[in-house]
Ligand binder design. Structure first.
Ligand SMILES: Nc1nc2c(ncn2[C@@H]2O[C@H](COP(=O)(O)OP(=O)(O)OP(=O)(O)O)[C@@H](O)[C@H]2O)c(=O)[nH]1
Ligand SMILES: [Mg+2]
Length: 243
């Protein structure tokens, strides 16, 4: 009998408790520390929940997915090419504004997103109240508050993950709208990207990255699609022409 198996990626800013959550879920002891960039390579572990296997990927902490560093490229490539069943974006409840930036980026890349507001114990201590329902309504994705350190809220997080991977719950991530000029360019690029690379990629997000001159993403796309038989130069030429 084959057991259903799902992949959960943990993304988030450095130091938001991704590895603490990873360790809690998998029972492994991925090193955690109090300084940024601790998790450099992605770590993988697994656990069983309601008779399903879950593989957890602890991505390196990043402030963005704009290809500024090897960490950002690792996290970015995993989300767009490996397509985890769910990406859990782990936020620091005491620095939501800064942390939400990454959540919005992931929401441009995939609609299988859960926002996990961690360090809720620390937020409480500082008198910060996080309205998870309002956040969920504004973002269009489930929001779960946890304290990974105190092992609080993890059941609710697992239940949400379970309902998303089984299709019982669907997110509709709100998309950031840009200026009319940018939206115009995006709408010209998206069909070109889709016809070249197919429906499997987040075309709007790729269009935005192209408009931002993200060379590294273009290189990754070329490498990925050349390995699937696309001609060298074809993707770059066609997409670059559309920009
Ligand atoms: N108070 C509190 N501290 C936490 C919580 N979760 C994690 N921490 C602490 O936050 C620090 C960073 O945790 P990590 O799990 O290493 O964070 P990370 O996101 O994996 O960090 P990078 O790998 O650098 O991106 C550690 O000192 C943890 O003990 C929490 O829920 N509450
Ligand atoms: Mg870590």
């Amino acid at each position: 009998m084959t057991v259903e198996s799902y992949r959960i990626a943990l993304a988030g800013n450095p130091n938001t408790g991704k590895s603490t959550l990873f360790n809690l879920l998998t029972g492994l002891r991925q090193h955690t520390g109090n300084w940024p960039g601790k998790t450099v390579l992605r770590a993988e572990g697994s656990f069983t929940y309601r008779s399903r296997n879950f593989q957890v990927i602890d991505l390196p902490g990043t402030y963005s997915l704009y290809s500024n560093s090897a960490d950002e490229e690792t996290a970015r490539d995993y989300i767009i090419f490996e397509k985890p069943d769910v990406t859990v974006v782990v936020l620091d409840a005491t620095a939501l504004e800064r942390n939400l930036n990454l959540a919005l980026q992931v929401m441009e890349m995939t609609d299988r997103v859960i926002v996990c507001v961690n360090l809720i114990d620390e937020a409480k201590r500082k008198g910060i109240v996080v309205d998870d329902r309002k956040m969920a309504a504004r973002l269009g994705v489930p929001v779960v508050k946890i304290s990974a350190r105190n092992q609080e809220g993890v059941d609710a997080l697992l239940d949400t993950v379970f309902r998303m991977v089984t299709g019982e719950m669907k997110a509709r991530p709100v998309q950031v709208r840009y200026s009319a000029a940018t939206e115009n360019k995006i709408s010209r690029l998206v069909p070109r990207i889709q016809s070249l690379i197919g429906p499997d990629v987040p075309a709007r997000w790729i269009a935005l990255r192209m408009l931002d001159g993200d060379r590294s993403l273009l290189d990754s796309l070329k490498a990925h699609w050349m390995s699937r038989g696309k001609g060298d130069g074809e993707v770059e030429h066609d997409i670059s022409r559309s920009v």
